[in-house]
Design a protein around this ligand. Structure first.
Ligand code: ATP
Length: 263
């Protein structure tokens, strides 16, 4: 099995604060992972290790066979799509939607250069795939939160990434917008792409996902095939709260039990 991402013996310190310790996580080809854990446990920091935006204090990070620290991280990043609220905040709300998507083709925003017709057509095709072709000429500002997330997905796919990393893409979406976005994410199984997904909501773990990592206080509490990891025992430990898990439509649904803290 070939490794897409391998984090080995990672520790990450910031001043006095130990943010990650003893983290080992391997993502293989054909797997799609969800990372879960309480606020502040280190999920986003783990994603930053994978994208090379942070370097570990000790340990190694290999992405697509490249060891960070030994290669030009910018080259590796071309193969990695990233979707998060911070990416939306960097986009210009006054730009037409098709142009926002098209700029995903380039490693930088090309304010002063014209976009090739070929690139424009590809952007329109991807917009069509997420059901937003009719918005192509509108400005990004006129779209709903859910539509903006879909634009971000189309934009991330412009560069044909091998890995797609998503940090809470469904945050703030209503049930309708969430389900529509999840349908688009489900279609990623047809692409040769590895998905890494951070969320606080178990019901977003659609059948696409094969594996789950539970993070607690900067350590991996449990990691492996989703049905093994998403047990009431592991989840109750990860969230310090007793829970029950029910599977419906191959998605886990969680019920928090009354009664409080598990220790
Ligand atoms: N620059 C920094 N300096 C010190 N501590 C930091 C810094 N950045 C993050 N941290 C700490 O590292 C811990 C992990 O942060 P991280 O953002 O990875 O958590 P998270 O699991 O993604 O949280 P959330 O679910 O709330 O988004 C937090 O306790 C945070 O306060």
């Amino acid at each position: 099995m070939s490794s897409i991402i391998a984090l080995r013996d990672i520790t990450f310190r910031r001043g006095e604060r130990q943010i990650l310790s003893g983290v080992n996580l391997q993502v293989n080809k054909g797997e799609h992972w969800v990372i879960l854990g309480r606020n502040g446990c280190g999920k986003t920091t783990l994603l930053e290790m994978m994208t090379g935006y942070q370097f570990p204090t000790s340990g190694t990070v290999d992405v697509l066979g490249n060891r960070f620290g030994e290669v030009d991280v910018r080259e590796v990043r071309k193969e990695v799509g990233y979707i998060s609220q911070s990416v939306i905040e960097k986009l210009t709300m006054r730009d037409p939607v098709w142009e926002v998507v098209a700029t995903g083709e380039y490693a930088f925003l090309r304010f002063y250069q014209t976009i090739d017709e070929e690139v424009r057509q590809k952007a329109l095709r991807l917009l069509d795939e997420v059901g937003l072709l009719h918005t192509a000429e509108q400005t990004l500002a006129t779209l709903s939160q859910g539509e903006r997330k879909k634009v971000l997905l189309a934009r991330a796919l412009m560069s044909n990434p091998k890995i797609l990393i998503m940090d809470e893409p469904c945050a703030g979406l209503d049930l309708y917008e969430r389900e529509k976005l999840l349908i688009d994410l489900g279609r990623l199984s047809k692409r040769n792409i590895t998905v890494i997904y951070v969320t606080h909501h178990m019901e977003e773990i659609i059948p696409l996902f094969s594996h789950v990592a539970l993070v607690q206080d900067g350590q991996i509490l449990s990691a492996g095939p989703k049905k093994e990891v998403l047990s009431p025992e592991w989840l109750s430990r990860a969230y310090d709260w007793p829970v029950e898990v029910e599977w419906a439509d191959d998605r886990p649904w969680i019920r928090a039990l009354p009664g409080g803290i598990v220790k």
